[in-house]
Design a protein around this ligand. Structure first.
Ligand SMILES: *[C@@H]1O[C@H](CO)[C@@H](O)[C@H](O)[C@H]1NC(C)=O
Ligand SMILES: *[C@@H]1O[C@H](CO)[C@@H](O)[C@H](O)[C@H]1NC(C)=O
Ligand SMILES: *[C@@H]1O[C@H](CO)[C@@H](O)[C@H](O)[C@H]1NC(C)=O
Ligand SMILES: *[C@@H]1O[C@H](CO)[C@@H](O)[C@H](O)[C@H]1NC(C)=O
Length: 403
């Protein structure tokens, strides 16, 4: 029964690989840029706009400066709420840069060359209405200090952050999305505890060796893939009533490191424990819908592989035996070895298989493209030296053996 479930579950995997999809992806790619670009510098209604950016008159609170090779932040008129500075070569945010930008609600600075040293200590402090701050794909080694407490969506993934301290995220009562994946974080300390509204936390691809202490109580999605976690604290999912998705593939989890009732919690919809070191299937809640366990060391898996390989080996052994037997004359099966055996009688060689093979051959060579195939196989286009290259021969062999 368990084996069947496992096979079914692994078949479901491709359906769930869509989690890399970003529902806000469309925001990064502004629609209709071509329409606005170049015609706006003379700016009719919206007010001032720096020459290197454009500010659509139809949307005067937005300023688009993305993908223009900028090295520095241009001067920002105070009316601007939505500021797009991504995909540039900006390396610093000095004190003066955001001085007039106190109305910002969205600030996109991802895909630049920011380093932590080059971000002024209090530069974000005055942005009291900032809700969305994107700093991913930069060169930061820590979360910038004094971020506005009004943030709802903070993305600092793909940097070089090594440590997160409690003051970094303190008081962010409205933060719901926190992306910290692909950094060097080894320790989160207790920095997550205060995040009352956090629902999505991505800490995958870091250097964590344990689950962070004090997880936010409203967490809905928790991603921890590609870390080095080998054990889980007792009842760590217990207080997280809204948690539905837990992804912990590519860690070092063993059965010994997982307290017995850890995953027997209601509410969980998806649990990914693939690519760990489990030898047994942990107890999970009956409400769980998706459980991934591939690439562990589960004994059941070993048995399936063993049975399948015995099965194929027997078939191959028969084929080889009869191939060599068929090279004898007379054929061993052309007469009955024992005339008293009523199950055996001397009959002419069966012709039906040959007829079928002939029909298939004729059908095959009359199909479209058959001529090209033959040319490449044994005709003018064939490359016999390819056959001597080890790689060509080895691949099918590996496929055979791994079945
Ligand atoms: C801020 O606004 C003042 C007054 O409009 C202007 O003189 C100054 O250059 C602005 N500074 C920046 C960095 O945009
Ligand atoms: C990040 O910083 C390091 C060290 O300062 C530097 O070697 C590297 O080139 C930087 N990477 C980028 C993408 O700016
Ligand atoms: C969180 O959002 C609420 C409602 O929008 C707002 O009143 C409150 O000031 C925000 N909290 C912070 C810390 O900004
Ligand atoms: C899982 O939890 C439920 C309810 O909390 C309990 O009745 C059940 O015995 C547990 N299952 C196992 C295998 O521990």
């Amino acid at each position: 029964m368990r084996l069947k479930t496992l096979i079914l579950l692994s078949a479901l995997l491709p359906l769930c690989l869509s989690h890399g999809w970003d529902p806000l992806g469309w925001l990064f790619h502004r629609h209709g840029q071509a329409q606005y670009f170049g015609s706006l510098q003379a700016d009719t209604t919206g007010g001032a706009c720096p020459a290197e950016c454009d500010c659509p008159p139809t949307f005067p609170v937005a300023m688009y400066c993305d993908g223009r090779g900028l090295n520095a932040i241009p001067s920002i008129p105070s009316r601007i709420k939505y500021l797009y500075l991504q995909h540039n070569a900006i390396s610093a945010v000095p004190d003066s840069a955001l001085i007039n930008a106190t109305n910002l609600v969205w600030l996109f600075l991802h895909h630049n060359q920011l380093t932590s040293d080059a971000i002024s200590k209090e530069v974000f402090l005055k942005l009291e209405g900032l809700e969305r701050l994107f700093l991913h794909h930069n060169n930061l080694t820590s979360i910038p200090p004094n971020l506005p407490r009004s943030l709802r969506d903070l993305r600092i993934d793909h940097n070089r952050i090594g440590k997160v301290i409690p003051t970094d995220l303190e008081g962010m009562d409205n933060l719901t999305i926190l992306y910290l994946h692909v950094n060097n974080i080894a320790d989160m300390g207790t920095s997550l505890k205060a995040l009352k509204s956090l629902t999505l936390l991505d800490l995958s691809n870091n250097k964590l060796i344990k689950i962070p202490d004090a997880l936010p109580e409203h967490l809905h999605q928790f991603y921890l893939e590609f870390n080095s976690i080998d054990s889980l604290p007792e009842g760590f999912l217990g207080g997280l009533a809204q948690l539905q998705y837990v992804r912990m593939s590519h860690n070092q989890l063993t059965n010994k490191g997982i307290p017995s009732d850890t995953f027997n919690v209601t509410g969980l919809v998806e649990l990914d424990l693939s690519y760990n070191k489990l030898e047994r299937i942990p107890t999970v809640s009956t409400t769980l819908q998706h459980l991934y366990l591939q690439a562990n060391q589960i004994k059941g898996m070993v048995m399936v592989t063993l049975i399948v390989s015995i099965y194929y080996n027997v078939i191959i052994a028969y084929s080889l035996y009869y191939m060599f037997a068929s090279m004898q004359f007379p054929l061993p099966w052309s007469s009955c070895p024992n005339q008293t055996d009523t199950n055996c009688s001397d009959t002419p060689i069966a012709t039906f298989p040959y007829a079928v093979i002939l029909i298939l051959l004729i059908r095959g060579v009359t199909l479209e493209g058959a001529k090209d195939g033959i040319e490449f196989y044994i005709g003018t286009q064939s490359n016999l030296t390819k056959l001597t290259e080890a790689q060509v021969g080895v691949q099918p062999l590996i496929i055979c053996l791994s079945m």
